[in-house]
Design a binder for this molecule. Sequence first.
Ligand SMILES: Cc1cc2nc3c(=O)[nH]c(=O)nc-3n(C[C@H](O)[C@H](O)[C@H](O)COP(=O)(O)OP(=O)(O)OC[C@H]3O[C@@H](n4cnc5c(N)ncnc54)[C@H](O)[C@@H]3O)c2cc1C
Length: 352
Amino acid sequence: MRLAVVGAGSIGLAIAWRAAERGAEVTVHDPEPGSGASRVAAGMLAAVTEAEFGEEALLPFMAESVDAWPAFAADLERASGIAIGYRDIPTLMVGLDDGDRAEIERQAALYRSGGRAFERLGGRASRKAEPLLSHRVRGGVLVPGDHAVDPRALHTALLAAAERSGARILAERIDDPGSIDADRVVLAAGCGSAAFGLPIRPVRGAVLRLSAAPGQPRPRTTVRGRVQGHPVYLVTRRNGEIVVGATSDERGLDPTTGTAGAAHDLLRRSIDLVPEITEYHLTEIAIGFRPATPDNLPLLGRLDERTIAATGHYRHGIALAPATAERVLALAADDEAAAEKAFDPLRFKERS
Ligand SMILES: Cc1cc2nc3c(=O)[nH]c(=O)nc-3n(C[C@H](O)[C@H](O)[C@H](O)COP(=O)(O)OP(=O)(O)OC[C@H]3O[C@@H](n4cnc5c(N)ncnc54)[C@H](O)[C@@H]3O)c2cc1C
């Protein structure tokens, strides 16, 4: 099987690596691997707290992928020789005021429908789980089964593993997928997939990177919160880096405006939850573009005999990389059971 993958983000490379490892002849086409959302992402692998009303069809797929992560991470570290900062780390979802707490209570009904373990906590119990939480926090939800990864290390490792398994990474932009000489072509170009006629729109997001000095206290959970109606999260890496995210707006593909306001909002909200943030060193503000679809579900399936779409992963492309790779490999091998109706890339065409 000669498999061509368009796009070398986390999705394209996970597919390329897994396919090459299983003996396919793989080429990956990307003028600038890693220039998309994959190296900006925070790296939460959260099957419960990422759930949103209206996106229920995603819950089983998220659960499948998040559960595949431990083995995926171990295989990848072995195949690449690179540590990817994978951690089993619980998520604490908290609300600052009564309105925020009520919103979390509302979300908890959805979390329950996912059938995964979580525990409701009052203010004191929340601070016991996460001692750096502000005393103003009124309570929340603790999710023990979540994980996190460092998406930059992940991307570097996926590139190395794909190449070590025999995939060829070609620095070229594809304008016409039909021109590629291969048995199967996978479109995994993130926001760039819109150029192939796929219904993808960029949802811009900013994240801050901060670092804690050695010995300085750091969160021991992934802290997610709502602060006066706005979401914020803090993801802590083993190396002392803390990622604070994320804003969300739809101003097209512009990385240059609004960063001061984004930094202000993220800092204010995260300090409200974890006052220790003020003592950290601010190292970076990064902007990325989440590839979103009209119903926020991915485009994952066959476009024609030869072409498979694997894009539109919106807020979840790191978490969904392992399960997406498995589905695409099955589809490339003509296993039609891997085609999920809710993710059919032609679903919007059929409606119109
Ligand atoms: C601020 C932020 C925080 C996030 N946090 C999380 C998180 O905590 N957990 C999570 O699971 N997800 C998170 N995400 C979402 C995640 O980053 C994306 O869903 C994921 O990275 C999408 O991966 P991708 O490989 O599809 O696309 P990308 O990483 O965007 O890669 C697309 C690649 O395609 C290439 N390309 C584009 N056009 C062409 C073309 N014509 N020819 C060839 N190549 C082309 C680009 O150069 C690029 O390298 C976050 C996103 C943002 C922006």
